[in-house]
Ligand binder design. Structure first.
Ligand SMILES: [Zn+2]
Length: 258
């Protein structure tokens, strides 16, 4: 744990404010819309049946999901106050497939359970300090490649973010399986994302690392279509999810036999 308990409390409060801001400023799909109902139903089932006894007892409440009416931007955020926002663009991408949606939501739930937003916040705070030190050292030591000194923390943060993504992928796949959703669909989802990345590649080359990719203020973990630099490589992601499939398949078999 990188943050003190009161700092975490503060983050949860900030997250709540962010969620209120988002739902106040974005067009939400009404609660009686079948798309919202599908999302709520999937999240509820994942939470009720998918998470382990240990996670159930850690005091986190069932996430509230908000569906934002935006067909153009692929955006999903998990907030440490146990809220998830998703754009309708996600639903369109997965063609309203319930199992694929379960893969998306289970991944977001995993971020919340693993407290990733505050971990990333803590880490980026440390990185800022290190970067500052790097700048100071760069000024003191003549001839030092300043750019490299400043580049490294960003690479480190990317690697750390990839580690968190992997943790969320693995736990997310388990949550799916326990809730009786086909865990192989998690692999299919990321293959779909990779196909999307391939299509966007030429434009990605020029893209700077977006500031909003992971909220450094710790308000949430964001998954938006232009943040793939923060995500594990395609081959890597598919590989570990396939390896994890053996184990999650057992959980799935057990769940569907009940
Ligand atoms: Zn993630």
């Amino acid at each position: 744990m990188i943050l003190w308990p009161w700092e975490e409390q503060e983050l949860v409060q900030k997250a709540k404010e962010s969620v209120e801001m988002v739902i106040g400023s974005e067009a939400l799909v009404p609660s009686d819309d079948p798309r919202t109902q599908l999302l709520e139903q999937v999240c509820h089932r994942l939470w009720q049946q998918g998470i382990s006894e240990k996670d159930k007892n850690n005091g986190i409440k069932e996430p509230t999901v908000y569906l934002i009416d935006n067909e153009e931007l692929l955006d999903g955020v998990s907030y440490p106050c146990s809220a998830i926002t998703l754009t309708t663009c996600w639903l369109r991408l997965i063609d309203y497939d319930e199992n694929l949606l379960a893969a998306v939501v289970a991944h977001e739930i995993a971020h919340i359970l693993q407290n990733h937003a505050s971990e990333f916040y803590g880490m980026s705070f440390i990185i800022k300090v290190v970067t500052k030190l790097g700048e100071m050292i760069g000024n003191i030591i003549p001839g030092l490649d300043k750019e490299r000194v400043q580049q490294r923390p960003i690479l480190f943060l990317q690697e750390h973010s990839q580690k968190l993504e992997k943790e969320a992928d693995i736990l997310g796949q388990e949550i799916m399986a326990r809730a009786g959703y086909d865990p192989a669909k998690a692999i299919e989802l990321w293959e779909l994302m990779v196909a999307l990345e391939e299509t966007n590649k030429s434009s990605l080359e020029q893209v700077q690392i977006p500031k909003s990719s992971h909220d450094e203020e710790g308000r949430g973990i964001r998954h938006v279509s232009d943040t793939f630099r923060y995500h594990p490589l395609k081959e890597h992601r598919v590989k570990y999810l396939t390896e994890n499939l053996l184990q999650t398949q057992n959980l799935y078999d057990k769940a569907v036999k009940l």
